[in-house]
Design a protein around this ligand. Structure first.
Ligand code: GLN
Length: 242
């Protein structure tokens, strides 16, 4: 984007991927951009419309099994995200958002659903739902503090060779799965994916700024925000207490 233009942040299909409040990630991105003097606008993309290829950042939230199957069908049919990822535009995918971007997932009823194929991962139901605080040590340059979020999912995700984990689990389950290294989420191309709700960017300003800096093409100066520091301390303490 140019410095005079408006930063546009997409929220993809919140009517089916809006159950867990992850649309707040776009609000956080817009506000952090405005605090730096950028104009910013949140753009909702619904199932009836085509995915605009011109946005600066794309976000996808979590959802329930039936609803996320609709999201998967829509995203496979539209193929807008394929174009966006080919142009290295940043995409943030949370929980069901991550699962549908994978090769396939099997839902809690045993139904196997074809994914969008942008992430080298697959998801299968685990015996016990993972619910609670999730804390990880991230593997992204410039994000050098723990990531904190809330996970609530029945699926366990296995990464293939093309997908790197987003972080090493310190507390909680993350991608889960028996006998695998405890990691959360994934990084592949311009996509950042995680099981963390919160919304994750409200709790993790460095991750928000990482995505923003990818979109604006420059490093961003840190912002001093004591409320966010306090929130982080509270959530990290909550995880340590259980
Ligand atoms: N329905 C999916 C699961 O339970 C994703 C849930 C979510 O997005 N929180 O695994």
């Amino acid at each position: 984007m140019t410095s005079e233009s408006t930063l546009t942040i997409g929220v993809l299909v919140p009517e089916v991927l809006g159950t867990y409040g992850d649309s707040g990630n776009a609000v956080v991105l817009a506000q952090r951009a405005r605090w730096r003097g950028f104009e910013a606008e949140v753009v909702e993309v619904n199932l009836q419309s085509a995915i605009p290829r011109s946005l600066d950042i794309y976000t996808m939230g979590g959802g329930e099994d039936t609803a996320q199957a609709l999201a998967s069908r829509y995203l496979r049919g539209d193929r807008g995200l394929h174009d966006v990822v080919a142009k290295d535009r940043p995409v943030l995918a949370i929980c069901a958002g991550m699962q549908v971007l994978g090769e396939w997932y099997t839902d809690a009823t045993g139904r196997k659903v074809e994914g969008v194929g942008l992430l080298d991962l697959t998801t299968e139901p685990q015996d016990k739902r993972s619910i609670g605080e999730l804390v990880t040590e991230p593997f992204i340059d410039g994000v050098d503090e723990f990531l904190t979020g809330f996970e609530n999912h029945g699926g366990a995700t296995t990464l293939g060779d093309e997908a790197r984990p987003l972080g090493r689990v310190i507390h909680g389950m993350g991608n889960g799965g028996a006998g695998v290294e405890p990691v959360d989420g994934c990084l592949q191309g311009s996509i950042v994916a995680t099981y963390m709700h919160g919304p994750v960017l409200a709790r993790n300003p460095l991750l928000a700024d990482y995505l923003l800096s990818q979109a604006v093409g420059e490093a961003l100066k840190p912002l001093d925000n004591p409320e966010i520091c306090e929130l982080r301390q509270q959530r990290l303490s909550a995880a340590a207490a259980v």
